[in-house]
Write a protein of this length. Sequence first.
Length: 356
Amino acid sequence: MGRHKPRKSPLWARILVAFGAVVFAASAGAVVYVKVMVDKVNNAVGQECLLADCGSAEKAAENPLKGPLNLIMIGSDMRDSWDAAQSDTIMILHVNESLTAATILSIPRDLRVHIPRCYGGGPCTDKINASFTVGGKDMGESVKGLEGALTELTGLKFDGAAVVNFAGFEDVVDLLGGVELCVPFDMTLLHPQGKQVEKGCKLYTDTELALGIVRERYAYDTDNPNWDPKYGQGDYGRQRMQQHFIKQILKRAKEQGYLTNPLKVGELIQGIGDQITVSLGGYTAVDYAVALKGIDSSKLTTVKVPSQPQTIDGTSYVVSMPGEQETAAEALYKALREDTLDDWIVAHPQWLNKNI
């Protein structure tokens, strides 16, 4: 059965909805309504200092938001019984200089990287997910740890970050009455344990099942006789499905009028709870909504880090292997820094997640 509780929505949905509401209302001349909606959105989006440099509202007020932008997006599991948060999903959202196109880069959680601050305070080499757990249950310290590892890996200075607890993913599916997911082959899920899902595109209204499909990675392997290697192995398959999920959520929100109809915004705003934490460099959610108005959510580009699974000293990692992969990965990080991703994609089409 799906979960039924107060509805909440992740960052990307709220930003897009907020923008649609503000623009629609403004076009009707409803100035008072616009101010009320702007205040509701800004007050509803909980902000916390998650990055090494969190900026300030005063500085943001003097400097309109400009591209290019790079933001960290994290899907986290914050169970009370755990000593530290777990980051199941790590993505970099890159917006180009003209604020007209966006690219999502999925970072494998097992990517072997140099981490500036590990347990005990010193550096280490480990899976990038370990950089997030250093902060324990302190979300700010956890994200700062991940930021340090990502900056060392890519050379990027990040403009913002968003952390969504997995309950938030379920809530937005519930709000939209389900999400259409295209399962690439028959698979048996780890969560819900033993649940079988069939190949094909289907509207999933059971929020727990939808999240289980999005989080599944063990079905993407040779142990599953139905596995098709073209959809990626292990975490690569899961990354592809997660990117597909984001696109499908945005598509369904648009179809239901959440991007244009201000009357539906109240329902969304009132349901926002504590499942998301954002750090936007002193800017507000509405600042981002207005700045990103030129982006067509249906045309998001989705890419993956050039890499492959590798066992080192008995531990399974993901590694950009010396040679072609390492060269392509370094070129990718340079393209992010220099805002030349279009050129990188033309040169490395094999690392583009197509048709998702």
